[in-house]
Design a protein around this ligand. Structure first.
Ligand SMILES: Cc1cc2nc3c(=O)[nH]c(=O)nc-3n(C[C@H](O)[C@H](O)[C@H](O)COP(=O)(O)OP(=O)(O)OC[C@H]3O[C@@H](n4cnc5c(N)ncnc54)[C@H](O)[C@@H]3O)c2cc1C
Length: 424
C-alpha cells in the first residue's frame, strides 16, 4: 500500500486519546539530527495543510533539540504564537561542549546518492558538516535570530508539572509551579532520552568531549559494549586514526567500489521489512561473504591505531545489526575480518573500576554457554546500550498510549515532503 508521507507524519505523531498533542521523533529507531529536522518540517507542513496549525494558534513545543527548535520556527513562520520549554539551562547543552564528535547530515544514507553532501540543505536552521559543537552553534545562532524576529518564547530550566486538557479543548501546561498556560497544540520533542548507565564505574557519555590525544596511551584496551549505531561509531573512532565517516567513505569506498556498494544496497533491500531476527541472520551471513576490493582493507590497515585494541561486546553472536548505518556496519565488519576488531558475545552484567582499570563481567548468551560469568579487564569501557526514553520518564501516560500505538505501526522512511514554496 502506498502511504502519503504527510499522512504518515501526522498519523505516526498522534497520541490516541490526546487530540492536539503530537510526539515528534521521540521513539524512532532511525535517528539523526537531520532526520529529526525533516520530521519536524514534515509534521508542521502536514498540520498546516490540515489547518490544524494556523495563524495565531498557541503552540507549545517541549524540548529544544534539533526536532523541537525546527518545529518551533516552522510553526512561528506559519504565524503561530510559539513557546518552547527546555529542561536544561540552555539548548544543546551536551553537544555544544563536544568538539570530538563529527556530525554529517547525510552520511547515514551512504551509499545512496547525495549521501556525501556536506550541507543539510534545509529551508532554515540549516547546517554544514562539522563537530557536534559547531553544528549546534550553527543551528542555535540561526534560531536566536529567528526567535527574535518571529517572537518565539524560549523558556529554559523548565520542569513541566501540569499537563491537562481543558473541557473547552485546548491544553493547559504548567511549569516550575507557575500558573498553567493554555495551548491549542502541543508538540513533544524530548528526544531519544538519557543514555543508560551502569552502576559502579564512571563511564563517559556519548557526547562527553574527548579529544583524540586523551584516548591514547600505550597498549590501550577498550571495551565498547553495545552493537547499535553509537557502539559502532565508538568502535570506529577508537580503532582508526582521526576517524570521520565521510572521509573514510571517500578514501576507500569511491566509485571504483560501485559493485560492492550495489551489493550492500541489495542486502539492505532484503533486510528491510524483515523481522529483526531474520534481518540479523541475513546481515551476519551476507557481510562476511562480500567480495571486497583489496584497496578497501589496504586503506583500513593504514588507518588502524597501533596503540589501541578494541573489543565490541554484543549480546548475541549476530553482532551486525540492522539498526545501524551501512557504512559503519561495513567498516566494522572489515575490521573484524582483518582480525583488528574483537567480538565478545554475552550480556555485560557488571563493570567494576579498580585502580583505574575496569573489570567487566559477561553473562552467557542464550546460545553460547561458554561465556557464562567470564571476566575481562580493560583500560576503558564505553557503554552504548541506548536510552531511557525521556517521554516515558517525563510523560508516562502519553508514553503508554503512544508506545502502544507505535508498536503496531512500523518505522517509516523519512523523506522531505513539504511543498517547495511552503518554507520560503
Ligand atoms: C548515544 C547517541 C548517539 C548519537 N549520535 C548521533 C550522531 O552521531 N549523529 C546524529 O545525527 N545523531 C546522533 N544521535 C541522535 C541524536 O541524538 C539525535 O539525532 C538528535 O539529537 C535528536 O534530536 P531531538 O531534538 O529529537 O532530541 P534531543 O537533541 O535529545 O533534544 C531533546 C531536548 O528535549 C529536552 N527535554 C527532554 N525532556 C524534557 C522535558 N521533560 N521537558 C523539557 N525538555 C525536555 C532535552 O533536554 C533536549 O534538549 C545520537 C543519539 C544518541 C542517543
Amino acid at each position: 500500500m502506498l502511504i502519503n508521507p504527510l499522512d504518515d507524519a501526522v498519523r505516526l505523531a498522534s497520541v490516541p486519546g490526546s487530540p492536539g498533542v503530537y510526539i515528534l521523533g521521540c521513539l524512532e529507531r532511525n535517528l539523526s539530527a537531520y532526520l529529526q529536522q525533516v520530521r519536524a518540517l514534515n509534521l508542521i507542513f502536514a498540520l498546516s495543510r490540515d489547518n490544524t496549525v494556523r495563524p495565531d494558534q498557541r503552540v507549545c513545543v517541549i524540548g529544544a533539540g534539533f526536532a523541537g527548535l525546527t518545529a518551533a520556527v516552522a510553526a512561528a513562520r506559519r504565524g503561530c504564537q510559539v513557546t518552547v520549554l527546555e529542561q536544561d539551562a540552555e539548548p544543546f547543552l551536551g553537544l555544544r561542549a563536544c568538539t570530538s564528535r563529527w556530525l554529517h547530515p547525510h552520511i547515514h544514507e551512504w551509499p545512496r546518492e547525495n549521501s556525501m553532501n556536506p550541507s543539510a540543505g534545509l529551508p532554515f536552521l540549516d547546517w554544514q558538516t562539522g563537530t557536534a559543537s559547531t553544528v549546534a552553534e550553527q543551528v542555535l545562532s540561526q534560531f536566536r535570530v529567528l526567535a527574535a524576529t518571529r517572537g518565539i518564547r524560549l523558556v529554559t530550566g523548565v520542569r513541566v508539572d501540569h499537563f491537562a486538557r481543558r473541557a473547552d479543548s485546548p491544553w493547559e501546561i504548567g511549569w516550575n509551579n507557575h500558573a498553567p498556560v493554555a495551548f491549542d497544540t502541543v508538540i513533544v520533542a524530548t528526544g531519544p532520552g538519557q543514555e543508560k548507565r551502569f552502576e559502579g564505574a564512571h563511564i563517559p557519555g556519548y557526547w562527553t568531549d574527548r579529544p583524540p590525544q586523551t584516548l591514547q596511551s600505550a597498549s590501550h584496551e577498550v571495551l565498547v559494549s553495545g552493537n547499535g549505531q553509537s557502539g559502532l561509531c565508538d568502535v570506529l573512532a577508537h580503532t582508526l586514526t582521526a576517524y570521520r565517516a565521510d572521509r573514510a567513505a571517500q578514501a576507500c569506498l569511491g566509485p571504483e567500489t560501485r559493485a560492492l556498494q550495489n551489493n550492500l544496497m541489495f542486502i539492505e533491500h532484503v533486510v528491510q521489512g524483515a523481522s529483526d531476527e531474520n534481518a540479523l541472520e541475513t546481515l551476519n551471513d551476507a557481510y562476511p561473504t562480500l567480495e571486497v576490493p583489496t584497496g578497501v582493507d589496504a586503506w583500513l590497515h593504514t588507518q588502524v591505531r597501533p596503540d589501541t585494541h578494541v573489543t565490541l561486546n554484543s549480546p548475541t553472536e549476530h553482532w551486525l545489526n540492522p539498526h545501524t548505518d551501512i557504512l559503519s556496519r561495513f567498516l566494522a565488519s572489515r575490521l573484524f575480518s582483518m582480525g583488528v576488531l574483537h567480538i565478545r558475545v554475552g550480556r555485560l552484567a557488571q563493570v567494576r573500576e579498580v585502580a583505574h582499570r575496569f573489570h567487566a563481567t559477561f553473562q552467557a548468551d542464550a546460545n553460547n554457554e561458554t561465556v557464562s560469568g567470564a571476566t575481562a579487564t580493560f583500560d576503558e569501557v564505553l557503554i552504548r546500550h541506548g536510552c531511557v526514553s525521556s517521554l516515558a520518564l517525563s510523560f508516562p501516560s502519553l508514553f503508554e498510549r503512544y508506545a502502544q500505538m507505535r508498536r503496531e505501526k512500523p518505522d517509516h522512511p523519512v523523506i522531505p515532503a513539504w511543498s517547495a514554496d511552503f518554507y520560503r
